[in-house]
Design a protein around this ligand. Structure first.
Ligand code: NI
Length: 194
């Protein structure tokens, strides 16, 4: 049982643990601008993020934890982001600790639909309440690196987010991040086609 693990804050690598890579082709339905998405897939299918999960302590009171490295970039005007998820055990909260870079955590409560975009950057800690979908967004020019720590009983539910996506998007507007309703952004994209 490892009680201390060295990690690399630049690469997100943890000695002895595999990193899972997510490329743009792994998130075909997450981004709004399908034309920009197709162009990036043709141009090489960029790496979006890498995660290392440490899920070796299980049972009542135990913790799982993981390190994420989310690359800078955009799909059209939308910043690179993670797929996002609920916890399978909905009451389970999570703490995210920002280590490097600049970004946002999108939160959306499952029942009330209440949304928040919370800064997640180096030297920032974010509390993700239970019953809340969460997704990280890199709004900066360097990798966004963070730890997440949660109950070993939490589990991950990607399916619910996959079906409905998040209600809000984070897009670049004159070089700065703007949080807007997905429906409004989709309407803008449609208007541009005309
Ligand atoms: Ni989580």
């Amino acid at each position: 049982m490892n009680l201390s693990l060295p990690f690399d804050v630049t690469s997100g690598a943890i000695a002895g643990y595999a990193q899972t890579e997510r490329r743009l082709s792994d998130l075909p339905a997450s981004f709004a601008d399908q034309k920009a998405l197709a162009g990036l897939l043709d141009a090489g299918n960029p790496l979006l993020y890498r995660v290392s999960l440490i899920e070796e302590h299980n049972g009542p009171g135990q913790l799982h934890y993981g390190m994420g490295v989310l690359m800078p970039g955009q799909v059209g005007r939308e910043y690179f982001m993670t797929k996002g998820h609920f916890h399978a055990w909905r009451p389970a909260a999570e703490v995210y600790i920002g280590l490097a870079g600049q970004g946002l955590m999108l939160l959306e409560h499952e029942e009330s639909g209440e949304c928040h975009a919370i800064p997640l950057s180096a030297n920032t800690v974010v509390y993700v309440p239970g019953h809340t979908a969460h997704r990280t967004v890199n709004t900066g020019n360097e990798p966004l690196v963070y730890w997440g720590v949660l109950s070993s009983d939490a589990g991950h539910d990607y399916g619910a987010v996959g079906k409905r996506n998040f209600r809000q998007v984070v897009v670049a507007q004159e070089g700065k991040p703007l949080v807007m309703e997905r429906a409004d952004f989709l309407a803008e994209l449609e208007a541009e086609k005309l």
